[in-house]
Design a protein around this ligand. Structure first.
Ligand SMILES: C[S@@+](CC[C@H](N)C(=O)[O-])C[C@H]1O[C@@H](n2cnc3c(N)ncnc32)[C@H](O)[C@@H]1O
Length: 322
């Protein structure tokens, strides 16, 4: 149901829009999240791998890092070690439960502490981590991005470093299609329409009576959904809710981090090879050679235009380098 106590969209001074994306979404994604990230035909297959390349550099010589929005710990398992411990936080209990199992299977349980917490209100002392990092655009989902930035700065040690990704505003308008799918959020079933509009990734969820879908196929090919509404579904009169994530322009991300006190802010493109490819054989070549192609993109980051990037990875220092 639409919550009338809060504005439909919240504007932040100097920043534009902020996100509204409750944890129940991520709880409902927990079981399928790893398959989404590993699906070669989803863009995640590229830009998550690429974010991890930057995170690996960032975590060099790290002893104790904080990971924001760790989810099912897909990035955590790649970077945690006995000498490089990670405290991984997330506000979705179910994502963290899946993450705990993954860490156990990888034999990394002793190297990682999992904490159920909000990335905009960190339950840690000042100056206690040498790095803060994130993969999977937690900034774009943050209700209070200014606090996310200032809290990250607060918990970092004096020469500590930050590295995280966000959804790039410039790429938002390039994707016109609407993706529709059914989602079980807590005990409610929703038909959710997802599309980009005015700098946000909007989702409108219609609460569907369970009996309505009992006799219909509800899995589709596009991100686990359909490109258009199934004909048999009637939305008129169904109660609805709305949620959204936010695309940031590079200048907004810079301003956000600078006003939290960060220095040496640098931006790198992610996912440049995931859009605009029409020839199936080129697309196949990219998928088959993702690792090398993503490494080339990183190595030659300066020749890729930021406005062609789907996500952007930003790094910053707590202090200026001497
Ligand atoms: C796109 S997923 C990425 C998960 C994981 N980092 C990965 O790369 O697979 C975003 C994650 O951020 C978490 N998240 C979003 N907003 C959050 C908040 N305000 N506090 C804590 N976690 C949050 C979600 O629960 C979700 O697990």
């Amino acid at each position: 149901m639409v919550n009338n106590n809060r504005p439909a969209y919240q504007l932040y001074e100097g920043l534009g829009l902020v996100a509204y994306f409750p944890a129940k979404h991520w709880d409902s994604e927990a079981d399928k999240w790893d398959a989404t990230v590993a699906n070669k035909s989803f863009p995640h297959y590229f830009y998550y791998y690429e974010a991890d390349l930057y995170i690996a550099d960032l975590l060099e010589n790290s002893r104790l890092a904080l990971e924001l929005g760790a989810g099912t710990c897909g990035s955590t398992v790649k970077h945690a070690s006995k000498d490089g411990r990670i405290v991984a936080i997330d506000y979705s209990r179910r994502m963290l439960e899946a993450g705990r199992n993954k860490l156990r299977t990888a034999g990394l349980s002793d190297c990682v502490d999992l904490v159920l917490a909000d990335i905009c209100s960190l339950p840690f002392r000042d100056l206690c981590f040498d790095r803060v990092f994130s993969r999977g655009v937690a900034l774009s989902y943050a209700r209070d991005p200014k606090r996310l930035a200032s809290e990250s700065h607060r918990v970092l040690q004096t020469k500590g470093r930050l590295g995280l990704d966000f959804m790039n505003r410039a790429s938002a308008n390039k994707v016109k299609r609407k993706i529709c799918r059914f989602e079980q959020l807590n005990d409610r079933l929703y038909y959710v329409e997802r599309f980009n509009e005015n700098g946000k990734q909007r989702r409108i969820g219609y609460m569907v009576p369970k009996e309505t879908i009992a006799s219909h196929r509800i899995e589709g090919a596009v991100f686990g959904g359909f490109e258009s509404k199934p004909d048999w579904l009637r939305l008129d009169g169904l109660p609805r809710e709305e949620w959204w994530a936010v695309f940031y322009a590079p200048t907004e991300a810079r301003r956000l981090l600078r006003s939290a006190g960060f220095k040496e802010i640098k931006l790198y493109p992610l996912g440049c090879f995931t859009r605009g490819i029409r020839k199936p054989e080129v697309s196949r070549f990219l998928m088959d050679n993702r690792d090398q192609i993503s490494k080339i993109q990183k190595e030659l980051a300066q020749i890729f235009r930021l406005d062609q990037a789907v996500h952007i990875f930003v790094t910053a220092h707590r202090e200026r380098k001497m």
